[in-house]
Design a protein around this ligand. Sequence first.
Ligand code: DCP
Ligand code: MG
Ligand code: MG
Length: 446
Amino acid sequence: MDEDEDDADWDTSSGSSAPASTGGGCSDGSRRVVLHFDLDCFYAQVEMVRNPALRDVPLGVQQKYIVVTCNYVAREYGVTKLMSVTAAKEKCPQLVLVKGEDLTHYRETSYKVTELLMSYCPLVERLGFDENFMDITEIVNGKIREAPVTDYCFSGHVYNCQAAGVRASEYPRLAVGSQIAAELRGALHSRLGLTSCAGIASSKLLAKLVSGAHKPNQQTTLLPKYTGDIIGSLTGLRQIPGIGYRTGEKLKALGLLAVRDLQVFHLAALAKEFGEANAQRIQNLAHGIDESPVTPSGPPQSLSDEDSFKEISTVTETVKKLEDLLTSLLERMHKDGRQPSTFRLTIRRFSSTDRWFSRESRQCPIPIHIGQKVISGSSEALPQLVSIGIKLFHKLIDTSAPFHLTLMNVCFSNLLSRRDTKGSIKSFFTAKSPSRQDKKPEPQGF
Ligand code: DCP
Ligand code: MG
Ligand code: MG
């Protein structure tokens, strides 16, 4: 239900396709230490921080007719994420619902979390709104070099083990990683009031897989020798992070459903469908191997806003919707401080068969004088951009015939910073302006 988020995938394509060792332990100094953080019931937590009276009641966050998430009190009643409001009310009649269509607070909190993690170590990669990867290999190595200790211990759970029974000195780097994860989760809680889960492992894939092993507000470390176990616990290919909807569909068409199917499938046949490097990467994922680096996210490369609705079928309604969307987008763009140079309009026509994938877009350059008005916050920017939007709309839709839209998205891209324009840019993440978190992450995925 996010306007631009995909909660499942990240790009694992930039790593080497060479298989990494999945065995071994303490002596492997080259093994990375990667953390994955996932905030608990994120939208619901943001609402609980804003209004503490909601903390102890069953709480759901509603977008349209769906409860996109709910707090853990509501989960005890059987309410689940992405349940219909009707079904959720049946499970828990006293469920308190708050509207979650305005993402402003979620977005702001999301960037505060990334910013806090980045203040500890710059190697932070965002995934969706409520997840971050962090590569702390260097910090861990430094700690071990500077102050060797003998009495290592794990903080939190160790996957498949009783943490107290594990000889942490055999895994000093993961043990130190778990201490750092605990420290950072503590900071998120004390500074932002947010609880989270964390996974500690040697890759993004494994850290993400293990972070949800104990929920909420807990953390889990994966020892290399349990890689096979955690991969074996997955009940389908789509549960492998990095295998999104489209890849999953292609694999299904090849007859592959279970993780084991993919592990043993002939690589050459897989390469015919995906290309050699991609095929190797996908098969590696099924073996728990992921060499993709943590890539610092930096500022978003575009800002967009969208709404879905039952029906828009007149030009007047279209103009009104464009005005609404552009008003909020312009405010965010103004706070961002960069100058947009491309405007894209996306619509979805009603289709009874192809509900999710029938989006169509047109884009055009934004004249410099209008881009400058966006930065300066001039009220003239809105009507001028609405007029550009309507021109794009007419390229998409023949209004002399009946039409039926169910979604509209407006997007500014090619954002020019101070290096490129004379205007000023407020530094992302570090500016003192209260607007500094008011950005939207780019969609993640393949
Ligand atoms: N979200 C959404 N639409 C989706 C998936 C997620 O709007 N299809 C939003 C609501 C969630 C947030 O993204 O609060 C983060 O998604 P998660 O899957 O991490 O779910 P939660 O953080 O809510 O719960 P959990 O405690 O299980 O992580
Ligand atoms: Mg979450
Ligand atoms: Mg999440």
